[in-house]
Design a protein around this ligand. Sequence first.
Ligand code: NAD
Length: 293
Amino acid sequence: MELRRIGVIGLGNMGFGMAASLKRAGFEVLGFDISPARRAMIEAEGIIFIEDQLALLRQVDAAVFSLPYAKDVEAVVTAEGGLLSRKDASVLVIDTSTSDPGTTRRLAAALAAAGHGLLDAPVSGGPSGAASGSLTMMIGGTEADVARAEKVLAAMSAKATHVGPSGAGNIAKLVNNLLVAAHLVTTGEALRLSAAAGLAPEAALKVVNAATGRSAISEVMVPRWVLPASFDSGFSAGLMRKDVRLAIELAEESGVALPLSQHVKQLWQEAGWLADQDDFTRMADYRDRKEMA
Ligand code: NAD
């Protein structure tokens, strides 16, 4: 059955833009968020805000989730009177949250037993990528579900890669974000060194970005959010902390030792000067911080 009516659950920095991109692509879009404050924003995009997630889940062909934590995804999937008891149609859940592969596989099995599908489809590209429908998506799930979701995925992403079975998208995302977390630390430290040794960080950055030390952090994030000290990328330090924690938990479950990454996780967890609601790009701030003196 063609997916025409799409419900978006979680209308925050990412979900709001995804809902707008789906609407622009011609889908009928319904939205739900536990925060009623999101209602006016979403209605201004011509999207119907549904006040009850169960009412939304009863009506849609597919449900796109953009939720903070795996526990939120689990709560929505297993809500009493929700998807697991819906029998009239096969609903496809497209979970774009950064979640963990174990939870995804468990929920995919429960949904499959109830006749539904689940793709883990975490994303990269931030709120601007969500709003312009140009995210990068890494997808885990069955070929049949990926084929069924094709138009929905195309409305939200510029590049959607099916990386493997259920949970594979989550693994790819955690691998990526472990690197992001580390690069934010190392790039900030390298620029701090430059400043302390007498070379302006802006000058050092130009060289790095033309040489071998560069990354998306040095090429995009530092120039956009750190040099001008705007720190408004739309991704919170709290969610980055979650990603590093999930990556290290995955390493432990997989029996692999990642000593440097363990230390990166500790730096993120113990950075008392960085509040969960702060922008995550503050981690690469090379300017003096009194707490670090
Ligand atoms: P956010 O905090 O801005 O938005 C999350 C939204 O979910 C909030 O509006 C919140 O009220 C709502 N919510 C929470 N629990 C809910 C529930 N049970 N039912 C309905 N709504 C609920 O977060 P975000 O930055 O949009 O991130 C969403 C997901 O995308 C996270 O898993 C994050 O790790 C991931 N992600 C974010 C970015 C980014 O740049 N912001 C990039 C890639 C991936």
